[in-house]
Design a protein around this ligand. Structure first.
Ligand code: HXC
Length: 257
């Protein structure tokens, strides 16, 4: 049984992972890494699940990697263990992942939110990469994903000063999909997850894969990849059903085939 997270299935087709280390503001230690990646992989393998929500508490999505755990480590310790490489497993999850962020999303917390596909933020959310204030740099993809999300100018500002940005600035910069009132964050996240889970699961996975290609490749390669995957959707029954339903002016019934 996991000790640092809660895993539930609050609605049909929806998995929910809640970070649960409130005393440490959900700091991401090695146990959290193992439990989140295992829970996400298990939900990903479940063909009944069409979307996964990852959330924290009202005060903190996650205040970063666990500084107390990192403090005694030497260079050779972190290098030999390839510290943080385990988080890459989350980026191999093919089911759409929705981050529901309230409060602090700092350092590894911001990086974890950026590993998700849709980022819903409460009006209380604060984002930042304060690693520089600890004498280190982002170690879970922040320098790369933040730069791709908000551009060089703001990524440099955040990574070099360690300052936090509020949710309006984060949305203006393109980091956040949508801002919602803190009180309805989870409801909105679950409704979004249910909506995605109600789509053709293969089409949703393909859309996720194609958008992510924009992050991984150049434009020409990315557009070719998108076109080939688009062609592939014509091998599914859901494409036949979706287009037939449109022409017949009715709601589609997807079978995820
Ligand atoms: C371990 C943490 C923690 C963290 C908070 N806590 N953040 N423990 N790792 N990242 C603990 C505190 O030590 C404290 O425990 C408890 O949580 C509550 O925190 P407070 O500081 O008392 O709360 P508050 O005054 O409200 O301030 C909130 C905060 C502050 C602004 C978020 O906690 C903070 O600045 N945290 C560190 C943020 C940070 O630097 N993150 C980046 C980490 S490095 P006790 O036991 O004292 O009550 C990283 C990437 C590393 O993420 C990759 C490169 C190697």
């Amino acid at each position: 049984m996991p000790e640092t997270i809660l895993v539930t299935r609050p609605a049909p087709g929806v998995g929910l992972i809640t970070l649960n280390r409130p005393k440490a503001l959900n700091a991401l230690n090695q146990q959290v890494l193992a439990e989140v990646t295992e829970a996400a992989a298990e939900l990903d393998r479940d063909r009944e699940i069409g979307a996964i929500v990852l959330t924290g508490s009202a005060k903190a999505f996650a205040a970063g990697a666990d500084i107390k755990e990192m403090q005694p480590q030497s260079f050779s310790d972190v290098y030999a263990a390839d510290w943080f490489a385990g988080w890459d497993a989350l980026t191999r999850v093919r089911t759409p992942l929705i981050a529901a962020v309230a409060g602090y999303a700092l350092g590894g917390g911001c990086e974890l939110a950026m590993m998700c596909d849709v980022l819903l933020a409460a009006d209380t959310a604060k984002f930042g990469q304060p690693e520089i204030t600890l004498g280190v740099i982002p170690g879970m993809g922040g320098s790369q994903r933040l730069t791709r999300a908000v551009g060089k100018a703001k990524a440099m500002d955040l990574c070099l000063t360690g300052r936090m940005m509020d949710v309006e600035e984060a949305e203006r910069a393109g980091l956040v999909s949508r801002i919602v009132p803190a009180g309805s964050l989870l409801d909105e996240a679950l409704a979004t997850a249910e909506k995605i889970a109600g789509m053709s699961t293969p089409a949703a996975m393909m859309a996720k894969e194609a958008v992510n290609r924009a992050f991984e490749t150049g434009l020409t390669e990315g557009i070719l990849f998108e076109r080939r995957v688009f062609h592939g959707t014509f091998a599914t029954a859901d494409q036949k059903e979706g287009m037939a339903a449109f022409t017949e002016k009715r709601k589609p019934t997807f079978t995820n085939c």
